[in-house]
Design a protein around this ligand. Structure first.
Ligand SMILES: [Ca+2]
Ligand SMILES: [Ca+2]
Ligand SMILES: [Ca+2]
Ligand SMILES: [Ca+2]
Length: 276
């Protein structure tokens, strides 16, 4: 990417930061990333998918509404429009800031402190039967974290967009149900990271939902290896030789047990808005 475009993006990010700060009274207590502080699309982002604000706020539960085809997000039907996900191409990066701290607490399930939501999804070829036969959009990326937004510590492993694809509701009638359910999944609760793609192959949609155990999916991240007990910034980097750019829908801080009431309140508000 050309440097002048980079600078324009930084300027845009700063403008956005000001706008978001004004709205912080509304969002201060939510578990989602609150601001994009830096973005570079890299060399091969998905065409038209450079709207970095798509990474702010709750990961999508309903996808496609902006195109007139609203449908629940499932592990077989991922979030897709460019108002819901942002692409990070080769050599690019995306840095988000959280109002609320992300803590490396011993009480966090499976050691997971923050969840990253992409738009990978399970294949169910040849007949779209909702039986897992593979995984699409499993793009690789690196993660580093920071307390102050200046010093970033890389987590010493490669992440992939694949596991676990997002599940919006726990009571859908199959992977392509056009109607939202009445029981939202928990986007702040990780799937057991010990579950592998091998474990998921051949599973039906209902079996996948059962394995998620109430979680809404997301890529599990443990910040422990950073040596920091608490961070506020998370940076995605995509290596210069990556062929297929990953996309990002949202980021969720795993809440402390005492703040779970906020998630429940959020779910109730969501249901009321949808008339459910
Ligand atoms: Ca937040
Ligand atoms: Ca942890
Ligand atoms: Ca993707
Ligand atoms: Ca989004």
């Amino acid at each position: 990417m050309r440097m002048d475009l980079c600078l324009r993006r930084v300027a845009l990010a700063t403008t956005t930061a000001t706008a978001l700060a004004a709205a912080s009274a509304v969002y201060a207590a939510d578990p989602w990333a609150d601001q994009v502080v830096s973005y570079s699309a890299g060399t091969n982002p998905e065409f038209g998918y450079e709207n970095f604000n798509a990474a702010i706020g709750s990961p999508s539960r309903i996808t496609g509404a902006s195109h007139g085809f609203p449908a629940p997000v499932t592990p077989f039907a991922a979030a897709w429009p460019n108002d819901e996900v942002v692409s990070v191409g080769a050599g690019g990066h995306l840095t988000v800031r959280f109002d609320e701290p992300i803590r490396d607490l011993a009480s966090n399930a499976f050691g997971v402190d923050v969840l990253i939501f992409g738009n990978a999804f399970f294949a169910d070829l040849p007949d779209f039967s909702g039986v897992v036969t593979g995984l699409y959009e499993d793009g690789p990326f690196m993660v580093s974290v920071s307390k102050d937004g200046h010093v970033f510590v890389p987590l010493g492993q490669q992440f992939r967009e694949g596991l676990f694809p997002t599940l919006s509701y726990l009571d859908l009638n199959g992977p392509y149900d056009p109607q939202p359910g009445s029981v939202p999944s928990d986007y702040t609760r990780p799937v057991n990271p010990a579950i592998t793609m091998n474990d998921l192959m051949g599973r039906t949609f209902a079996e996948v939902v059962a394995l998620y155990a109430g979680s809404g999916g997301g890529i599990p991240v443990d910040i422990n290896s950073s040596g920091m007990s608490e961070i506020s910034y998370l940076r995605i980097d995509v290596a210069a030789d990556v062929e297929f750019a990953p996309e990002f829908d949202g980021f969720a801080a795993v809440p402390e047990p005492s703040s779970s009431a906020i998630a429940i309140a959020g779910a109730l508000i969501f249901r009321r808005r949808r008339g459910g």
